[in-house]
Design a protein around this ligand. Structure first.
Ligand code: FAD
Length: 341
């Protein structure tokens, strides 16, 4: 059996692991302490925020099939928020969704977490380990093998393992850094995909907000989206408000002082929603450098059979959770066919 390393535990990695489990010896290494990647959840001071992706749709048969079991086991549910559009100086206007929008239960990271935990025994999972580089092992024969090193914090080079195949699900720019010193033939294609950043402002309110919406799309503002987290199914009742910045605004301001960014987003939220400073009892900010795909690579995945390296993720096909799933699953199916030859 081939030894396969999957970098990440987000949606693409989850799809890959599900497809390859039992067909290869699979190890996942993830730099964060939790599962889910950009399907992320943060809990602080009694407040809870899905501070990455908010919801997902399922348009393809393949993703719908994958979701059948989590739906049956109530690991995901449809979310039907009250929708509105907000623009300073204009009356809010209601919107409607015309297809089901799902959230994971009890938090967005649960879908990857439960799906990967169900594979325990047939895949190995290592959380909280960041991969820094790869090195080809020169064994003298034609067999390709990779030695994988942890990100260096001192002079020590810590080996995390040796693998026949390395599959990265990290955003394209991060994969390009990881594969920089390899002979990956698709290296230049990684630069075709471009991500936009986003800031997530997490506000804990002293009392339940009296808004007439659960999800607001915001126009002409540094803010793009506001979500009342407790309106999602099976969330705790904390008064947690999630604010996503506009992607263009985040690009212009990404390297600015984070305290200034946080204050600007608090000011913009307060003036839009009529919040006074005393009602905000908790505030936190997260910056996503690679949040949303601006330009996709327009490929299912990037695979180099000779070097035994591959890359997949949302940025291959678009910028949504379903794109990440499809990219990961399609790479997994291709490799499973290759390993079965
Ligand atoms: C703020 C925000 C809002 C969004 N809203 C939505 C939405 O509402 N609906 C929707 O469908 N999509 C949304 N998205 C996009 C969605 O989150 C992504 O499309 C999807 O989660 C990407 O999955 P992925 O597996 O391709 O990548 P990721 O989730 O980024 O997974 C890659 C993983 O690799 C790990 N990793 C990276 N480098 C290393 C390394 N060197 N060593 C070890 N591990 C590493 C990362 O920690 C991460 O866990 C949003 C994203 C953001 C940030």
């Amino acid at each position: 059996m081939q030894d396969v390393l999957i970098i990440g535990t987000g949606m693409a990695a989850t799809a890959l692991a599900n497809t390859l489990a039992g067909k290869a010896r699979v190890t996942l290494i993830e730099k964060s302490r939790g599962f889910g990647g950009r399907m992320a959840t943060r809990r602080r001071e009694g407040f809870e925020f899905d501070h990455g992706a908010q919801f997902f749709t399922a348009r393809s048969q393949a993703f719908q099939q994958f979701l059948a079991r989590p739906i049956e086991s109530a690991c995901i549910e449809e979310w039907q928020p009250r929708l509105t559009t907000l623009e300073a100086g204009l009356a809010p206007y209601k919107r409607e969704w015309f297809e089901p929008h799902f959230v994971a239960i009890p938090s967005m990271n649960s879908l990857c977490k439960e799906s990967l935990k169900a594979l325990e025994g047939s895949v190995t999972i290592n959380l909280g380990r960041e991969i820094g580089s790869l090195e080809k092992i020169d064994s003298g024969d034609a067999q390709c093998r990779w030695r994988v090193f942890a990100k260096q914090t001192d002079d020590q080079r810590e080996v995390l393992g040796e693998f026949d195949w390395v599959l990265s699900t990290a955003p394209s720019a991060q994969t390009s850094t990881l594969f920089a010193n390899t002979d990956f033939s698709q290296l230049s294609r990684l630069h075709d995909a471009v991500h936009l950043p986003c800031f997530s402002l997490m506000l804990g309110l002293a009392a339940s907000p009296k808004f007439n919406f659960d999800l607001a799309i915001v126009k002409e503002s540094p803010i793009a989206l506001i979500v009342a987290n407790a309106s999602k199914p099976q969330r705790d009742a904390s008064h947690s408000l999630l604010v996503h910045s506009d992607n263009g605004w985040a690009r212009e301001n990404f390297d600015a002082d984070r305290a200034d960014i946080e204050q600007q987003l608090i000011d913009a939220s307060s003036s839009l929603l009529g919040l006074d400073a005393a009602s905000i009892v908790h505030s936190d900010l997260h910056g996503w450098r690679y949040a949303k795909t601006e330009i996709a690579a327009d490929e299912d995945f990037l695979l180099d059979e000779e070097s035994q390296l591959a890359a997949c993720g949302d940025w291959c096909l678009g910028g949504r959770i379903e794109d990440a799933f499809l990219s990961g699953q399609r790479l997994g199916l291709s490799l499973a066919a290759l390993f079965g030859k």
